[in-house]
Design a protein around this ligand. Structure first.
Ligand code: AP5
Ligand code: MG
Length: 222
């Protein structure tokens, strides 16, 4: 069976992390999320850690040199038999770097999963999001934990992300439309793009993605 080298693409709050939790189990893929990697990086007591924190809190993008290095190393370490990327690539230069790194190893992206959601809905979702430090995601209204403020999976406290303040959300959406959205056309032209309506409930979105990926896998085997 061929490798599943997948990219989850979509605006902030589209449900990339939510869907990844299911897909990584469905397909046994390592989950490589640059947002999580940068949230680890920002905790470092170093000039770099402080710089990353400042950029993230403003809603901007961390420099390519920092993000790409960490991501390519993670693929090398965990992604030999396939991977699920979340939050990467986020602009053309990162997509170029990823293509080159995979090509040098005789590999390529298998599919790009685009989750589409309206901007207004995204603002609501992010304003009510809570997550634990391991990245398990909830929503105070639509997906609350059993016990308020506590993660169902690992019992860790749930927190609001620092970049989920309304003005930062707006900036992140602007950055998405300017820098990341052009990748949709790029991957569409490359025949890799699979679009999903992220306005539906999480289970429905998951069912659709799983079905599409399973079909793609079957077709590859014929
Ligand atoms: P990152 O962590 O990647 O954040 P993001 O892309 O902005 O996306 P989010 O994690 O906010 O949203 P999501 O799509 O995962 O939604 P979720 O499932 O949580 O990046 C953060 C920062 O790191 C960046 O701003 C940047 O500074 C830096 N960074 C990261 N990668 C970088 C890169 N490559 N280059 C440079 N900088 C980088 O869901 C959201 C909420 O909605 C939850 O409450 C959830 O319960 C709810 N929800 C989910 N699905 C549904 C549904 N179908 N219906 C109703 N509610 C739903
Ligand atoms: Mg996420």
């Amino acid at each position: 069976m061929s490798e599943l080298n997948l990219i989850l693409l979509g605006p902030p709050g589209a449900g990339k992390g939510t869907q990844a939790a299911n897909l990584r189990e469905d397909f046994g893929l390592p989950y490589l999320a640059t947002g999580d990697m940068m949230r680890t990086k920002r905790k470092e007591d170093s000039d770099l850690g402080r710089k990353v924190a400042e950029i993230m809190d403003s809603g901007g993008l961390v420099d390519d040199e920092v993000v790409c290095k960490v991501l390519i190393e993670a693929i090398e370490e965990h992604g030999d038999d396939g991977f699920l990327l979340d939050g990467f690539p986020r602009k053309a230069s990162q997509a170029d770097i990823l293509d080159r790194a995979l090509e040098q190893r005789g590999r390529a992206i298998t599919a790009v999963i685009l989750i589409e959601v309206d901007d207004e809905e995204l603002v609501q979702r992010l304003a009510g999001r809570r997550q634990c430090e391991k990245g398990h995601v909830y929503h105070v209204d639509t997906n609350p934990p059993e016990q308020e403020g506590v993660c169902d999976v690992d019992g860790l406290p749930l927190e609001r992300r620092r970049d989920d303040e309304p003005e930062v959300i707006r900036k992140r959406l602007d950055v998405y439309h300017a820098e990341t959205e052009p990748l949709v056309e790029r991957y569409d032209e490359a025949g890799l793009l699979q679009r999903f309506d992220g306005m539906q409930d999480p289970e429905t979105v998951h069912r659709h993605i799983r079905k599409t990926l399973s079909t793609l896998r079957l077709e590859e085997r014929l």
